[in-house]
Design a protein around this ligand. Structure first.
Ligand SMILES: Nc1ncnc2c1ncn2[C@@H]1O[C@H](COP(=O)(O)OP(=O)(O)OP(=O)(O)O)[C@@H](O)[C@H]1O
Ligand SMILES: O=C(O)C1=C[C@@H](O)[C@@H](O)[C@H](O)C1
Ligand SMILES: [Mg+2]
Length: 174
């Protein structure tokens, strides 16, 4: 299997953390749409949203997704990548899509510990637990629709990597 592996899920799901560990375990390259955008434009998500609105950010995200996806690569996506049918189709058709699934309470706890507001400006204006409940209500079906494999993301990152390897029927990481 050489096609890209796309990590999807909500903010705090571990797409960046687990995706990077998975790439290491597989000897794949690791890329991240949020970090690529930050590095290439010099603008944080909050900066882009201030200047261009969420629609501008989503346009850039779609361009980035297509530009950085290549064989033997793990791609950590942004939490909202599944909102676009174009993105969902692209990922499903060109790669293997892993949905890292955790309840809103787990996501909110992680985000409270590491808010990174520049990269995660509020989506709803609500407190974090309510925001994550609303986001999952709105997106759960889209994450499921995009995914080839749904993996429990509540375990520690090494265990999540091993669960993904098992789902992909690959030898386990040590
Ligand atoms: N499996 C895990 N167990 C415990 N903590 C985790 C796990 N995965 C991620 N974290 C922690 O949760 C926080 C968010 O993780 P990460 O940045 O990887 O999420 P993300 O899905 O990439 O979010 P975003 O959509 O905002 O980019 C980090 O502080 C990270 O250390
Ligand atoms: O869930 C979302 O909509 C987002 C998640 C982050 O990864 C960033 O892509 C951005 O903050 C938007
Ligand atoms: Mg991330």
């Amino acid at each position: 299997m050489t096609q890209p592996i796309f990590m999807v899920g909500a903010r705090g799901a571990g797409k960046t953390t687990v995706g990077s560990a998975l790439a290491k375990a597989l000897g794949y390259k690791f890329v991240d749409t949020d970090l690529y955008l930050l590095r290439t434009s010099g603008l944080s998500v909050a900066d882009i949203v201030d200047r261009e609105g969420w629609a501008g950010f989503r346009r850039r995200e779609t361009e980035t997704l297509k530009a950085i996806s290549s064989p033997l690569t793990v791609v950590a996506t942004g939490g909202g990548v599944v909102l676009s049918a174009e993105n969902r189709d692209f990922m499903r058709q060109t790669g293997t899509v892993i949905y890292l699934r955790s309840p809103a309470s787990t996501l909110a706890n992680r985000l409270e510990d590491a808010p990174m507001e520049d990269q995660r400006p509020t989506l709803t204006g609500k407190p974090i637990t309510e925001e994550m409940m609303q986001v999952l209500n709105e997106r759960e079906a889209l994450y499921q629709q995009a995914a080839h494999h749904v993996v429990d993301g509540t375990q520690d990152p090494t265990q999540v990597v091993n669960a993904i390897m098992e789902a992909l029927a690959l030898p386990m990481a040590r």
